[in-house]
Design a protein around this ligand. Structure first.
Ligand code: TRP
Ligand code: SF4
Length: 394
């Protein structure tokens, strides 16, 4: 099995654009070959901000999965699922809420930021405040080790680590923990048991734990964990702390030179039709100082130049530099290679998407399989969590 497990989610709140492709999806496609990956549609997360327009979410869920597949996310390598189809996320969220200090949520930087940014909406809801905790449940339920996120989400991962630590601290000690640990020592046999107690003293006095590792081959996993907890005076680790995986900040420029974002209205969607793509690029603004064809321009002041930096070869870029600054070409001519490159990039995506659009049952099956796999993993964790919290009555 893989040591690392990657988990990431995306909110279905509209069509994906080339910013998502360059910023997130290309990275998913690469990672799926390197590590075990789980990618999910965060539909409950979308509801925390779009509770009054669920139609948008419903429409976006399937479109988004098709966009992922179009980008090259491969269901043979990654598990794709929908959050609400794994109801265990909600159970873990509820159980974690019991130990989550309100202050931790209220102090989250995204809480106030988003409320201000989406000021047209009343976001003083219970669900929205709990958003980061729902995210923690998403992550912890799969014992994910790596979570690829953008800069803005790093506090959520840090928060998740704190929740895991708090949970382990409170529930890591089973009832009768000391007795169970002592009986685990007895199971090691007389000689070894004595040796263990000896080593324990050595550990507590000198911090030496190497020798202990070799001495416990005849113990079950649970007993071993207990012994280590006993040894360190800590308890069992039930939930594991994830790492944020910061992807190299790829800032995909939009049609106006700002970062590509739906809220700026400067996007090209992933599967936008060819005529629309050409038209958008042909009409995008250029260096404002270049009014007439005969005026020389400055690429650094032109949004088209930023797209050349994403899409063009050194050679093409050199051509842009010389011909723009000498007024040797017109802007339409300069835009041509960018239009071509975007269309070339989108062609295989459009083809892959078409394959799935022609037979919607394919996508439904991919998601059904993914949900089933995810649920199995989630059920495992929930068994441990319920037991630790004293909820596995029989
Ligand atoms: N909050 C993330 C975002 O806004 C989406 C998300 C929800 C997520 N749950 C997650 C990302 C778990 C990573 C892991 O982009
Ligand atoms: Fe921009 Fe190219 Fe026109 Fe120069 S020639 S202003 S780089 S579009």
């Amino acid at each position: 099995m893989f040591a690392d497990r990657v988990l990431s989610g995306m909110r279905p709140t509209g069509s994906l654009h080339l910013g998502h492709y360059h910023g997130v999806l290309k990275n998913w496609v690469k990672m799926q070959h390197e590590m075990e990956c789980l990618f999910f549609v965060a539909d409950w997360h979308a509801l925390t901000t779009h509770y009054d327009s669920p139609q948008v979410i419903e429409q976006s869920v399937w479109d988004m999965v098709i966009d992922w597949l179009a980008a090259g996310v491969d269901p043979a390598h990654a598990t794709l699922f929908i959050q609400s189809r794994v109801p265990e996320h909600a159970e873990l969220h509820l159980l974690l809420s019991m130990i989550t200090p309100l202050g931790w949520l209220e102090r989250m930087p995204t809480y106030k930021d988003q409320q201000e940014k989406l000021s047209g909406k009343d976001l003083s809801t219970y669900g929205f405040l709990g958003y980061p905790l729902l995210q923690s449940a998403d992550i912890l339920i799969y014992r994910a080790t790596q979570v690829p996120v953008g800069e803005d989400q790093v506090p959520h991962i840090e928060f998740t680590r704190e929740i895991a630590r708090r949970f382990n601290h409170i529930y890591g000690r089973e009832i009768g923990f000391e007795e169970k640990a002592e009986s685990a020592v007895k199971k090691m046999g007389n000689k070894k048991g004595r040796l263990y107690l000896d080593l324990r003293t050595r550990f507590q006095e000198q911090g030496d734990d190497e020798a202990l590792l070799d001495e416990q081959q005849n113990l079950s996993h649970g007993d071993r964990e207990r012994l280590f907890g006993y040894l360190e005076g800590s308890g069992k680790m039930i939930l594991s702390e994830p790492q944020a995986m910061l992807t190299a900040a790829s800032r995909m420029p939009g049609l106006d030179g700002q970062k590509m974002s739906k809220s700026y209205g400067n996007t090209i969607t992933m599967r936008e039709d060819e005529d629309s793509v050409s038209k958008k690029i042909r009409t995008m603004p250029t260096d404002p100082a270049r009014i007439r064809r005969t005026d020389p321009g400055t690429p650094e002041k032109c949004p088209v130049w930023q797209l050349h930096q994403v899409y063009s070869s050194d050679e093409t870029r050199a051509w842009v530099q010389t011909s723009c600054t000498s007024a040797g070409i017109g802007c339409i001519e300069c835009k041509q290679p960018v239009i071509q490159a975007v269309l070339d990039e989108q062609r295989p995506m459009r083809e892959r998407a078409q394959y799935y659009l022609d037979d919607p049952t394919l996508v439904k099956n991919i998601i059904a399989d993914g949900c089933e796999k995810a649920r199995e993993l989630a059920r495992d964790t929930m068994r441990d969590v319920r037991e630790a919290m004293g909820l596995s009555y029989s």
